[in-house]
Design a protein around this ligand. Sequence first.
Ligand code: SF4
Ligand code: SF4
Length: 167
Amino acid sequence: MSKLAITKLYEQIYRRFDTLTPVPFDCGELCGKLCCQGDSESGMYLFPGEEQLFLNNPNFSVLPTDIVAGGRRVNLLVCDGPCTRTDRPLSCRIFPLVPMYRKGCTLEIIHDPRASICPLTHPEASGCIDPVFFREVEYAFRVLVKVPEVADFLEELSYILDDYQLL
Ligand code: SF4
Ligand code: SF4
């Protein structure tokens, strides 16, 4: 897929999460916005081609990682937070959910095993994620997984998530 086409696809998916949140209230009030308390060395993975949307934004840095998926280097986005909601990358828009994917198998949306800081993933909050939010995440990845470079990345990400699930 061309750079322009994938950028437009991410922008369309972003719009679906501009106002939609995992629960129908400001969950940042619960935890003091723990998921936005990273430092200059922590960040979130960018989906393939998503970096184009952040290269000229002074509030973000795009850093290469050691991870390679489908022959392409995976990038990390570090924010000089707090950000404007409409600027958020996809990883932040879907948090604390994440796709698990193996080529030829089913796509599954799960609680992100890296998100143990998030009270919405704790057992006592079971079932609290808004089904509408869940369905939107599922829809977004049913679309994105058809992009070969995204499918490669999702498979690699799923191996990383597997390691977290073993912890
Ligand atoms: S850590 Fe979880 S509960 Fe807290 S702001 Fe982030 S998504 Fe909401
Ligand atoms: S990009 Fe925005 S939503 Fe994501 S961690 Fe940084 S401040 Fe939070």
